[in-house]
Design a protein around this ligand. Structure first.
Ligand SMILES: NC(=O)c1ccc[n+]([C@@H]2O[C@H](COP(=O)([O-])OP(=O)(O)OC[C@H]3O[C@@H](n4cnc5c(N)ncnc54)[C@H](O)[C@@H]3O)[C@@H](O)[C@H]2O)c1
Length: 435
């Protein structure tokens, strides 16, 4: 089976390499020539644990290839996975221009029956629109079927998630196309991964509803954490107590500096936008976004509570990626927090184990001093803020850190330290939801 994967970002590269590992012959296509050049040499354009090995193994076996030649890849393939970006537009709706480009190029190119599979996260109705675009613009009388196959991988754990997903969702109308996709995922089927076969709209909405629910859990526990601070409760214990109820479950009940990343903020906003258009408003989700925006600024009030005016205060920020084990900084809390600190006249020293290069690009010309280690970051600062729970921040030599700092203030937005232990070491400490 020959497969083309269009768009070789986080989802496309992991899916392409994963499908090659299942034994398919996969060609990954991208418009970014630099990216393709690097990938041909086995160089991964971003940090994702385990991906390097997966790509190299399948390149070597001759099952995986990279190209910018869209037409050739499509003509050689029966199945085409669309994995391009669907970033947010200013009004919150999903920007479908990359999807539209691909659909029009497919219409130009296809000369035979093809199954078009959308892995990108797209608003309900998009797969039907893709089929219409292709049917209206195609140059020869070749038929296409579309399938919605949303992806649920998590950055930082993407390879594992692709190889052992919780479920595979296949939405479509053609029994023949559905059978082809089931066949592609046969190794997962054999491993008893649950499959949901449904219509296009239901498959598209399963993805949005899942991300919106997870984001809701985070905003919910963040509000509980803020309330804990007022009443003297400990959110970590509250979450544990809640999570023992199987109807609630223990996951995604960790408070923090607000959710970020390339999916939750944009997907929640896109769903809100589509609900508005269809007069079916998502009031809960509007609150989820509002709570999240406020949460990102909690760290500022915590700093001011210890330091007063932040003008000329030097602040160390540990963690720039939106979560650990990824170099992705899209919608990272640090991108909100640092500009506010700078506006208030503070000086910022920042450190992240892998995301500093990406952050420099995203933060453009912000006057940030980048450090070479956590110890380098905290030197002569008035406070240290932990924004991302990288493992290497869990076991810092706090005795040494304290000596390096001007004032030992620790704002732990991920609750990775025990308040009593840190306070005993002489720090002024504030976690989240632990008064
Ligand atoms: N990143 C995640 O964790 C994740 C998880 C699940 C779903 N998704 C969804 O998957 C989609 C892709 O996300 P991503 O994070 O991989 O995006 P990305 O920005 O990392 O990658 C998109 C890639 O598509 C390429 N591209 C754009 N237009 C193209 C075209 N016309 N032809 C060929 N290539 C083209 C870009 O150059 C880029 O390399 C989005 O809809 C996203 O919401 C992402």
């Amino acid at each position: 089976m020959h497969i083309a994967v269009i768009g070789t970002g986080y989802v496309g590269l992991v899916s392409g390499a994963g499908l090659a590992d299942f034994g398919m012959k996969v060609t990954c296509v991208d418009i970014d020539e630099e990216k393709i050049k690097k990938l041909k040499k086995g160089q991964i354009p971003f940090y994702e644990p385990g991906l390097d090995e997966l790509v190299k193994r399948n390149l070597k076996a001759g099952r995986l290839d990279f190209t910018t030649d869209f037409a050739k890849a499509v003509k050689n393939s029966l199945v085409i996975f669309i994995c391009v970006g669907t970033p947010p537009l200013p009004d919150g709706s999903a920007d479908l221009s990359q999807i539209r480009d691909v659909a029009l190029k497919l219409a130009e190119t296809i000369d035979d029956y093809k199954v078009i599979v959308t892995k990108s996260t797209v608003p309900v109705g998009t797969n039907r629109w893709i089929k219409e675009l292709i049917d209206k613009n195609k140059k020869v009388d070749a038929s296409v079927d579309v399938i919605s196959n949303p992806e649920f991988l998590r950055e930082g754990n993407a390879v594992e998630d692709f190889m052992h997903p919780d479920r595979v969702i296949i939405g479509g109308e053609s029994a023949y196309a559905i059978a082809i996709i089931k066949d592609i995922y046969r190794p997962l089927y054999l491993a008893e991964t649950p499959f949901i076969i449904t219509n296009l709209e239901t498959a598209e909405l399963i993805k949005y509803a899942s991300n919106a629910f997870l984001a809701t859990k985070i905003s919910f526990i963040n509000e509980i954490a803020n309330f804990c601070e007022k009443v003297g409760a400990d959110v970590t214990v509250v979450a544990k107590g809640m999570g023992l109820d199987p109807r609630i479950g223990p996951k995604f009940l960790n408070p923090g500096p607000g959710f970020g990343g390339s999916c939750f903020p944009k997907d929640v906003k896109a769903l809100i936008n589509q609900g508005k258009q269809l007069s079916s408003p998502f009031k809960i989700l509007e609150a989820v976004i509002e709570v999240n925006e406020k949460q990102k600024l909690r760290v500022i009030s915590k700093l001011e509570a210890f330091l007063g005016d932040l003008k000329n205060k030097s602040i160390a920020i540990l963690g720039l990626s939106f979560k650990p084990n990824t170099s992705d900084v899209r919608e990272s809390p640090a991108l909100t927090v640092i500009p506010v600190l700078l506006e208030k006249g503070a000086k910022v020293k920042a450190y992240d184990p892998v995301a500093m290069e990406e952050f420099k690009k995203a933060a453009k010309n912000l006057p940030i001093e980048y450090a070479s280690s956590p110890e380098d970051a905290v030197k002569d600062t008035h406070a240290m803020v932990i924004l991302t729970e990288w493992n290497e921040f869990r076991f810092l030599d706090l005795g040494k850190i304290k000596k390096l700092m001007k004032t030992p203030v620790l704002i732990d937005m991920r609750n990775i330290y025990e308040p009593e232990v840190v306070k005993k070491l002489g720090f002024s400490y504030s976690g989240i939801g632990r008064s």
